[in-house]
Design a protein around this ligand. Structure first.
Ligand SMILES: Cc1cc2nc3c(=O)[nH]c(=O)nc-3n(C[C@H](O)[C@H](O)[C@H](O)COP(=O)(O)O)c2cc1C
Length: 202
């Protein structure tokens, strides 16, 4: 028995999963922080046939964002590390912010990256906002306690909503010095299903 034509069309339209992990801790290179460790537990549970890209924002050249909205009104296509980031962002079906809580908010490299979304929305012909609306945003975070992460979780959720992205929620663990989150049994258990439970892609 064959697959009905309408069902076949639905299956073909699904892109294969590609998770972009943006790590944003500012620990020195070579020091894996709590948030990245927790994110790697979540990533390990993803199907082997899906793609994963990991980029460390603090190790990339992120120029300060300049607001041209009410002067030039548009932006040139990015170059260098910003092009790498834009291309990786557009290639992903799922974007995972791997972001510790800094001052009840996101680390500054992630804030700079997000500010550049405002410019990418105004690169002629790019269609950034439309492309983002097809993607899912996830957040992995650690902090001293869960309550202190809430403003940052709310902020990330609102960013997703602004671009019409689906927000798939936050995975939180109790951080501190490197390795601390490994003692948070609830976080480690939640990591095992955080990305796959949500996986909307076959
Ligand atoms: C600049 C800075 C600001 C921080 N602000 C907060 C905060 O507002 N609330 C909190 O609970 N922890 C705060 N912390 C602690 C980190 O969230 C915590 O140690 C986290 O686990 C670090 O993540 P990492 O190991 O992945 O780098 C802060 C740490 C730094 C370096």
């Amino acid at each position: 028995m064959g697959v009905p034509p309408h069902r076949f069309a639905t299956m073909r339209a699904m892109p294969s999963p590609h998770h972009l992990f943006l790590t944003t801790s500012t620990r020195e290179p070579g020091h894996v922080g709590n948030t990245e460790w927790l994110a790697r537990q979540a990533a390990a549970a993803l199907p082997a046939d899906g793609a994963q890209t990991w980029l460390h924002l603090a190790q990339l050249e992120l120029p300060p964002f300049v607001d041209l909205r009410h002067t030039a009104g548009q932006y040139p296509a990015p170059t260098g590390d910003m092009k790498t980031l834009l291309d990786a962002t557009l290639a992903a079906t799922d974007i995972v912010f791997v972001a510790p809580v800094y001052w009840f908010s996101i680390p500054s490299p992630l804030k700079t990256y997000l500010d550049h979304w405002s410019g990418w929305m105004r690169v002629p012909g790019l269609g950034f906002k439309e492309a983002m609306a097809a993607k899912t945003l996830h957040l992995v975070t650690t902090s001293g306690d869960r309550a202190k992460a809430q403003p940052m979780v709310d902020s990330v959720q609102l960013c997703a909503q602004f671009l019409g992205m689906r927000f798939a929620g936050a995975l939180w663990g109790k951080g501190g010095p490197p390795g601390a989150v490994q003692a948070d049994a609830a976080a480690v258990e939640a990591a095992a299903s955080f990305l796959i439970a949500d996986c909307a892609h076959p």
